[in-house]
Design a binder for this molecule. Structure first.
Ligand code: TXA
Ligand code: MG
Length: 318
């Protein structure tokens, strides 16, 4: 068990000593270390059991800071940052050499994000370096949206979890990169494509790929819970899988089963995103063998939710 609390000074002291701290953001909890300290960054990979070809996102507290770490900010990137930071958006920008190659897995771009969470904002302002932070889960597993998720997965490997409660957005940031100034979305996430396009016009989507070198974390079988996930019409799936050993992850429908998790009783995609990973974590503790689930409406945050569900179902882990 890791110590959990709201002591920003304690988090600061640990980070300054090159240790790791789990931090809350509006999307998911991050496993943070000094992004400019290669030894601290190496610890992040070790604790997560993450292959070093999968780059990390660097967290800053405002747009001004970005100039210290990147060589160029394309016009559309600047517009996005101005409109959506702090918020669930990561920009891939050409890096300066001060960012260690280990952070970016040797790529010449660095993923940068300004998170929207009061505790983490205060922490970032109190230290003199940016924080490298992947989601605080073992590699390939479901991201944590509550301090107890972090503790359950990595509690024996880290000293401190900064407790910021439940994550408001609940799904990882949307990742946008640029080719000749033109935007490409590499990961759908907590900022909808519609919101992005309203500011910078049409964007290209390049995710769902099993071997996308630009965003290695897009491996098809990411975000996998410990139980097999099957997507379909739940009523039909229940003909094949007996209800007493099936967990039901529904958008809004109530099957009156003891092993169900309703993503959004009120039927909103924002609420469903907020609850998605809590639902997947909850099934780990239930005496079930499979998780039966259905796609949610494929617009707004629904696209990112469906992306995570597909990846969870593609897993070969269980
Ligand atoms: O919401 C989030 O983004 C959370 C919170 C903690 O900020 N972080 C997060 O980090 O989801 P992580 O490491 O679990 O996922 C980051 C993804 C990975 O798939 C990685 O491959 C991709 O971002 N990435 C990071 N830097 C990149 C780069 N320079 N080029 C391409 N992909 C990059
Ligand atoms: Mg992750």
């Amino acid at each position: 068990m890791a110590e959990t609390g709201t002591d920003i000074l304690k988090a600061k002291v640990l980070l300054e000593a090159g240790e790791l701290v789990a931090i809350p953001t509006e999307t998911v909890y991050g496993l943070a270390g000094n992004a400019l300290n290669t030894a601290a960054v190496a610890k992040i990979f070790a604790v997560k059991n993450r292959p070093q070809f999968d780059p990390l996102i660097v967290h800053v507290y405002d747009i001004q800071q970005v100039n210290n770490y990147v060589t160029d900010i394309p016009e559309k990137a600047r517009l996005l940052a101005e409109n959506f930071w702090p918020g669930p958006l990561t920009l891939l920008l050409k890096k300066q050499s001060i960012i260690p190659d280990l952070v970016t897995a040797g790529l010449d771009t660095v993923g940068i994000r300004c998170p929207k969470h009061a505790l983490t904002q205060e922490l970032l302002r109190s230290i003199s370096f940016p924080l490298a932070a992947p989601s605080a889960n073992p590699f390939g597993y479901v991201s944590p949206t509550r301090p107890e998720h972090v503790d359950g997965q990595l509690g024996n490997k880290i000293q401190y979890i900064l407790d910021g409660g439940s994550c408001e957005v609940g799904i990882e940031s949307t990742i946008v990169g640029f080719e000749d100034g033109n935007p490409i979305v590499y990961r759908m996430g907590g900022l909808s494509i519609e919101a992005i396009e309203a500011v910078i016009g049409k964007v290209r989507l390049q995710s769902h790929s099993a071997s996308n070198p630009k965003s290695p974390g897009q491996l098809k079988s990411h975000y996998a819970p410990r139980k097999k996930v099957i997507i379909g019409r739940i009523e039909d799936l229940l003909q094949q899988y007996p209800a007493h050993c099936a967990g039901l992850l529904t958008f809004q429908k109530d099957f009156n089963s003891p092993y169900q998790f309703i993503l959004s009783p009120s039927g909103t995609l924002e609420e469903a995103a907020q609850n998605l990973f809590t639902g997947l974590h909850a099934f780990d503790k239930m005496p079930i063998e499979v998780i039966l689930t259905e796609m949610v409406p494929d617009n707004g945050l629904g696209r990112a939710i469906n992306d995570r569900l597909r990846r969870a179902a593609a897993s070969e882990n269980p």
